[in-house]
Design a protein around this ligand. Structure first.
Ligand code: CO
Length: 208
């Protein structure tokens, strides 16, 4: 996709929106009140809003390689803080996807330079769930399961933050884990046991 195409598409998009609602951009310019924070993968095939059928203003979005929530990543932590404490989102979603290049890369025996410390966090997920993963013989199924377990662990990482603990207690904020099945386009709710995780990790990670 070249730049000329992008700007042509943008013109067409503006025209389309204004036909539907002449006030469309005036409304957008007034501000945002999204109810959902979406943390997903940067993968170009997994477009956050499109796969959810959401329009501008409906979802606050953060994307990085393999949808990670890392406690010393100022970027994701600022997004979580702003979305929860200032925009008052009601739900946070971590959305992984099958055939994730980040997950695959993490399991390779290769020095990937600056990517090493990032991908190391995925190896940590593997280590925590080594028993279950090593018992899966089919390589493809093993990767799929690691994608799911990674989503689960990133949800746990969210629950470890004071921001989420406080918002849960004060106004019932929820955390969800989803996987986008790239082979069918289907969104799968992993139905993570939010309250169970919270109870389990509070013994060690109780901040607020
Ligand atoms: Co990915």
């Amino acid at each position: 996709m070249n730049q000329d195409t992008v700007f042509k598409n943008n013109k067409d998009w503006i025209a389309e929106r204004l036909v539907v609602d002449p006030d469309y951009f005036n409304t957008l310019a007034k501000g945002q009140k999204p109810e959902l924070l979406y943390i997903g993968c940067s993968d170009s095939r997994v477009t956050a809003e499109e796969l959810m059928g959401a329009g501008p203003g409906e979802v606050f979005v953060h994307r990085n390689i393999a949808n990670m929530v890392i406690s010393i990543d100022l970027n994701v932590m600022s997004v979580v803080n702003y979305a929860v404490d200032h925009l008052h989102v009601k739900q946070i979603v971590v959305c992984g996807h099958y055939a994730c290049g980040g997950i695959k890369a993490a399991m390779q025996s290769a020095d990937l330079g600056i990517l090493n410390p990032w991908l190391r966090n995925i190896r940590d997920v593997y280590r925590i769930h080594r028993k279950e993963l090593n018992a899966i013989e089919d390589e493809a199924k093993k990767y799929d399961r690691l994608v799911e377990l990674n989503v689960k662990e990133q949800c746990v990482n969210l629950i470890k933050t004071a921001t989420v603990q406080k918002a849960y207690r004060n106004r019932g904020l929820r955390v969800h884990g989803w996987v986008f099945d790239i082979h069918s386009g289907k969104l799968i709710d992993l139905k993570i046991d939010f309250e169970g995780y919270l109870k389990d990790i509070m013994e060690i990670y109780h901040l607020d």
